[in-house]
Ligand binder design. Sequence first.
Ligand SMILES: Nc1ncnc2c1ncn2[C@@H]1O[C@H](COP(=O)(O)OP(=O)(O)O)[C@@H](O)[C@H]1O
Length: 281
Amino acid sequence: MSTYLIGDIHGCYDELIALLAQVEFSPERDTLWLTGDLVARGPGSLEVLRYVRSLGDAVRLVLGNHDLHLLAVFAGISRNKPKDRLTPLLEAPDADELINWLRRQPLLQVDEEKKLVMAHAGITPQWDIDTARQCARDVEAVLSSDSYPFFLDAMYGDMPNNWSPELSGLARLRFISNAFTRMRYCFPNGQLDMYCKDVPENAPAPLKPWFALPGPVAQEYSIVFGHWASLEGKGAPEGIYALDTGCCWGGDLTCLRWEDKAWFVQPSNRQDDADEAAVAS
Ligand SMILES: Nc1ncnc2c1ncn2[C@@H]1O[C@H](COP(=O)(O)OP(=O)(O)O)[C@@H](O)[C@H]1O
């Protein structure tokens, strides 16, 4: 029995299936961990959701910012952006079922035996593991309740960007979802910077990637995250694993087998998108 951790799929269904065939993944025997952003940008968001849902207990995933955005689009709160290629999913006969399943997925996975934690963007250095668990539960409770559109409507925005146990209401929930799903950089005191998307070599002082600041969770657990494709899987310290290698931009879909730390990659089928990304950068 093996544990396979895979980075952001972003609708790259064919590459996901090829990668799982490459590692000989068996849902009866193995467990799949997914760093979130299952949907948007790639052509197969609908197929990805159907497949991942069909895996039942063989999969442990976390929600990413694009998954949350999909929930908001489906609820009529946000605009369906053509570049996200979500229309076949939004119009599918089983869209309702898939969306209701998706909104009940967690923001955080913790395995105490493996001492392993996964969140889409990472774990803010301002949190210990109990705070991270409680914060995840708070957003998960709202998302799985009937009042989830109220949260989705208030979710957009970058403030507040500093954790305080005193935060309450929608501001608290917005901080939590931003920290779990959108964070990249922090100020030295751990306050989030929600603007810089550059690679660490080009980030303005005093910003540091969240994983470069010492935090209590990283002292006790390994941390797996996605979200940050421009890292190309590099730059995180020992025990922290960056798994998003930009498959939807013409990069790779990356898999880490936990037990022996073996790496597997499946190149993107989407050379056109790689060319587009090169022209844009
Ligand atoms: N709190 C939030 N504020 C802004 N955008 C958000 C928020 N939560 C989810 N999103 C969504 O995250 C996505 C961000 O896309 P983008 O800015 O291109 O970053 P990324 O590098 O993650 O793709 C958009 O679809 C946006 O609607």
